[in-house]
Design a protein around this ligand. Structure first.
Ligand code: F0G
Length: 457
């Protein structure tokens, strides 16, 4: 077997500014020890997110020049619509400016206070949009999915027993739809099997509850199904994706992930009554239904990007990168969520820094150490992001897991960048015993991870 190479050449470059540890210490201090507040130009390898940070292909840039900016019924819209329809089969297709815009319209159109929405794991914007209208977001992941050490192949699967129990408890009449998120971002980028999706669909069907797919990383999920699920080896990624979508009544999407573009989303469905409601809200807040918050050139780039995301060489290279990093870290005994997910490697900060209690935020200690050691920017998914704080007493309830996500922008970094990343993680691993926790010195009332200030203990 030869090395799996990046299946592209690079025609345009962006500089990475070198920096010294002393400079990074200064920048981190000025950013109140929160890497969200560090300027991007002061980051060497930016793994904060895989959302909207990918590199477009020459074909996508060329397609952008064809962008038809007509307000209504543009040629670019037709290309977008026919591509999305071919992959998803949906009758009604609405472009949105990003995923959370689709979620806001969905929640605004279909939910009322007290409704309950099950999901394998809601992403934080999905949960926030559901809770914003007074409904309740339930995470029903299998127990395997919550265990960082389990190597089960489909740790994004929904627990059918828990779903049955939620329906029995709240009644189908209070559940306007169920959701399934592929891949499961909040739980480590883990895939959902076709078998699980079918079983969820069947169960919901018995209660007349529609199924909605949050499809952000549908192509990565299709790749995992092809590689890991019985009987799927000889099918194309497009065929698998088509089958996934055939199980759904509607879909939300952030095209900033598997659309391989920097901005965009969709909201799709089969039901005409739903479509009428979506269209009305779309016009109110996003734009006319044939552009929905996007420029014609964006629609062109998306139409090309969606096809590229389903190319086998691309998925093979992307997954090989993540497998490579995960196996190098595992060889050194560095604790990560196993198996590695589709868009990120998640370091297990609790196991990495067992001497730092949750109350002193081991994930923040690790994120900051990675930045200081090599200018690597990751994100804490632990007690800062998911922990609960009692606003009256200030008492903290820690998150179950303390993770650090290193999310990989698509087609941006090469293998030498990843070798550098591994060296940085190893350096921090060597001196892990000397790392100290952090204390919050200032925080907003919600979504505190973005803007909180920290001070090292
Ligand atoms: N659903 C999932 C599963 C996501 O991962 C995201 C975004 C969204 C919905 C919302 O989409 O950002 O276009 O509004 N995830 C990004 C991340 C931000 O870093 O994981 P959006």
């Amino acid at each position: 077997m030869k090395t799996i190479i990046e299946p592209f050449r690079i025609k345009m470059t962006e500089p990475i500014k070198p920096s010294t540890r002393a400079q990074r210490e200064e920048k981190l201090k000025a950013a109140h020890n929160n890497v969200f507040l560090v300027d991007a130009e002061d980051v060497t390898i930016d793994l904060l997110t895989d959302s909207g940070t990918g590199a477009m292909s020459a074909q996508q840039w060329a397609a952008m020049m064809l962008g038809d900016e007509s307000y209504a019924g543009s040629i670019s819209w037709k290309k977008f619509e026919s591509t999305v329809r071919d992959i998803t089969g949906f009758k009604y297709i609405f472009p949105t400016h990003q995923g959370r815009a689709a979620e806001r319209i969905l929640a605004g159109a279909l939910l009322k206070a007290g409704n309950v929405i099950p999901n394998n794991s809601h992403f934080d914007t999905t949960r926030a949009n559901i809770e914003f209208v007074g409904a309740i977001a339930e995470d029903l992941l299998t127990d395997d999915g919550k265990n960082p050490a389990s190597t089960a192949p489909f740790k994004g699967n929904m627990d059918l027993g828990k779903l049955e129990a939620v329906i029995a408890k709240h009644g189908a009449e209070n559940i306007p739809f169920g959701m399934i998120t592929v891949t499961n971002n909040s739980g480590g980028g883990q895939p959902v099997s076709l078998a699980n999706m079918k079983a969820v669909k069947e169960l919901l069907n018995r209660h007349n509850i529609p199924l909605i797919i949050d499809a952000c990383r549908f192509a990565e999920n299709a790749y995992f199904i092809q590689q890991r699920e019985e009987g799927q080896k000889n099918r194309t990624l497009t065929e698998i994706a088509q089958e996934m979508f055939s199980l759904a009544d509607a879909s939300t999407m952030s095209l900033k992930k598997d659309g391989l573009v920097n901005i965009g989303g969709w909201l799709c469905c089969h039901n005409e009554a739903w479509a009428d409601k979506f269209r009305n809200l779309l016009i109110l807040t996003e734009g006319f239904p044939t552009y929905g918050g996007l420029a014609g050139r964006d629609l062109e780039a998306i139409a090309v990007g969606l096809r590229e995301a389903l190319e086998p060489d691309y998925q093979e290279y992307r997954n090989a990168t993540i497998r490579y990093i995960a196996s190098r870290l595992t060889e050194r005994g560095i604790p990560i969520v196993k198996p590695a997910g589709g868009h990120a490697v998640f370091l297990d900060a609790k196991a990495f820094l067992p001497h730092i209690p949750s109350s002193e935020f081991p994930g923040i200690a690790l994120v900051n150490a990675l930045y200081l050691a090599g200018g690597v920017r990751g994100v804490e998914l632990g007690s800062v992001m998911f922990g609960k704080r009692n606003p009256e007493t200030g008492e903290e309830t820690p998150s179950v897991m303390e993770l650090v996500r290193l999310a990989f922008p698509r087609r941006v970094y090469t293998q030498s960048h990843f070798d550098y990343l591994i060296e940085v993680i190893e350096e921090v691993w060597e001196k892990r015993d000397s790392l100290k926790g952090a204390r919050i010195t200032k925080q907003p009332p919600f979504l505190r991870h973005f803007t909180a200030h920290f001070s090292p203990i």
